[in-house]
Write a protein that binds this ligand. Structure first.
Ligand code: NDP
Length: 450
């Protein structure tokens, strides 16, 4: 590894000791871009790595709200505006009790690379709150969103910073957030949030985009490696939220059989193939648990989660799509997947594989579609939503889907090109990092020391 990379990593570790997720994300990127850094001594003189790993701005704020019983609660809100180098800050909002500064910084850092890969003019950001939306009434969710936006609105705007959804923030939350923004600003700023409802400026395909994009990337990766396809392959997908549901839908459309899905409590296994309509009913309408699937398909199996390792990775599969959360694939799980003959991993969630799990997959010749590239379809379609808002125009489902597909094909191509240039074989993790980093470094040099 380059000495410069080592020095910077050491400094970052010293400064951010209590931020493990952030350190993990930075370590993965810096280690993989070392060959590029070695070729460009000017990066050290210009402190490119130091500047790229320090967020432009971190905003934290108090979010007070009142529950249905009249009790007052206080949560912490965050917005990490990581880099506006190539466009307005852009990235989702996460409402989950695990949210803290380390998680916000890791997600913001990864977002700048992901957004660079899309080829679109969007910078990187992330935000959210440690608010836990589970078991809250609609009115409680609305009051929380209104309080959160009352502060956030000072820091965002269609040409400044454009949030979207993430874990715990779906169409309902975006609606409440947008309503409060509009009420305070008293003007039409449709492009201030993406993932909006179709009735008030949303884009067709945005709901499906991350999951569909993941599968388009997987299709390209399989094609490039022995002209394989998803047709007839067995697939397991962790999570049962937005990304997981639409990854399942597209994988089935391309001829795969999805046999398992999960939530944070456990997973279901249906050897006949998952009934996606039932999953949508449970998760999108009833907001229930994955276990409820057994009420509709009693022959399916439910496996409760008991420890750190998710039981879903013990199920035999050709392709595994982790689409729930960070660090959900441990080394132990990776070994089980490989022992059961997995050929490809597609990261729908952000940083779902622990570093040692990714290294193990690569050592074993398993194809890995890295999150920054493979799940970029969501933010790319958000950028298409922003364009439609600026144009005061709507594109059809087919038009947006075609654009999304073309973007994913391009992302795979630039990842593959970087692998070829730096002799990285099938290490698409390094390839994607290098392709994004090269673009960001050029933009940083062009804009001077800022
Ligand atoms: P959702 O809130 O819609 O769904 C999240 C799913 O993951 C739920 O099934 C949830 O189960 C499960 N989950 C959450 N935490 C854990 C955990 N600790 N262990 C096991 N399962 C868990 O979120 P999204 O589908 O939007 O996001 C999923 C992932 O994809 C995240 O990493 C997100 O950052 C990433 N992503 C999302 C994009 C988007 O467009 N939405 C874009 C790019 C990346 P439960 O209900 O039990 O909590």
């Amino acid at each position: 590894m380059s000495r410069y990379v080592e020095e910077v990593l050491q400094k970052i570790e010293d400064k951010n000791k209590y931020e493990p997720e952030y350190l993990q994300a930075v370590e993965e990127v810096l280690k993989t871009i070392a060959p590029v850094v070695d070729k460009h001594p000017e990066y050290k003189e210009l402190a490119i790595l130091e500047r790229m790993t320090e967020p432009e701005r971190i905003i934290t704020f108090r979010v007070p709200w009142v529950d249905d019983e009249g009790k007052i609660h206080v949560n912490r809100g965050f917005r990490v505006q990581y880099s506006g180098l190539i466009g307005p800050y852009k990235g989702g909002l996460r409402f989950d009790k695990s949210v803290n500064q380390s998680i916000m910084k890791f997600l913001g850092f990864e977002q700048i690379f992901k957004n660079a890969l899309t080829g679109l003019p969007i910078g990187g950001a992330k935000g959210g709150s440690d608010f836990d939306p589970k078991h809250k009434s609609d009115m409680e969710i609305m009051r929380f969103c209104q309080s959160f936006m009352t502060e956030l609105q000072r820091h965002i705007g269609p040409d400044v910073d454009v949030p979207a959804g993430d874990i715990g923030v779906g169409a309902r939350e975006i609606g409440y957030l947008y309503g409060q923004y509009r009420r305070i600003k008293d003007r039409y700023d449709g492009g201030v949030l993406t993932g909006k409802g179709l009735e008030y400026g949303g884009s067709l395909v945005r709901t499906e985009a991350t999951g569909y994009g993941l599968v388009y990337f997987m299709r390209e990766m399989l094609k490039a490696n022995g002209n394989q396809s998803l047709e007839g392959k067995t697939v397991t997908i962790s999570g049962s939220g937005n990304v997981a549901i639409y990854a399942c839908e597209k994988a089935r459309m391309l001829g795969a059989k999805v046999v398992a899905m999960s939530d944070s409590n456990g997973c279901i296994y249906d050897e006949n193939g998952i009934d996606l309509d039932i999953i949508k009913q449970i998760k999108e309408v009833e907001r229930g648990r994955i276990k409820d699937y057994l009420n509709y398909h009693s022959a399916a199996k439910y496996i409760e989660r008991t420890g750190e390792d998710s039981p879903i990775w013990e199920i035999k599969t050709d392709i595994a799509l982790p689409c729930a959360t960070q660090n959900e694939v441990t080394l132990n799980s990776a070994k089980k997947l490989v022992a059961n003959g997995v050929i490809a991993i597609g990261e729908g969630a952000n940083m779902p594989c622990k570093l040692e799990a990714t290294e193990y997959f690569l050592e074993q010749g398993v194809l890995v579609a890295p999150a920054k590239a493979a799940n970029a379809g969501g933010v790319a379609t958000s950028a298409i939503e922003m364009s439609q808002n600026s144009m005061r125009y709507y594109l059809s489902f087919e038009q947006v889907d075609k654009m999304l597909d073309a973007i994913m094909v391009n992302i795979f191509k630039s990842t593959e090109d970087a692998c070829k240039t730096y002799n990285l074989g099938i290490n698409y993790v390094a390839g994607a990092n290098i392709a994004a980093f090269t673009k960001l470094a050029k933009a940083m040099i062009a804009q001077g020391i800022i």
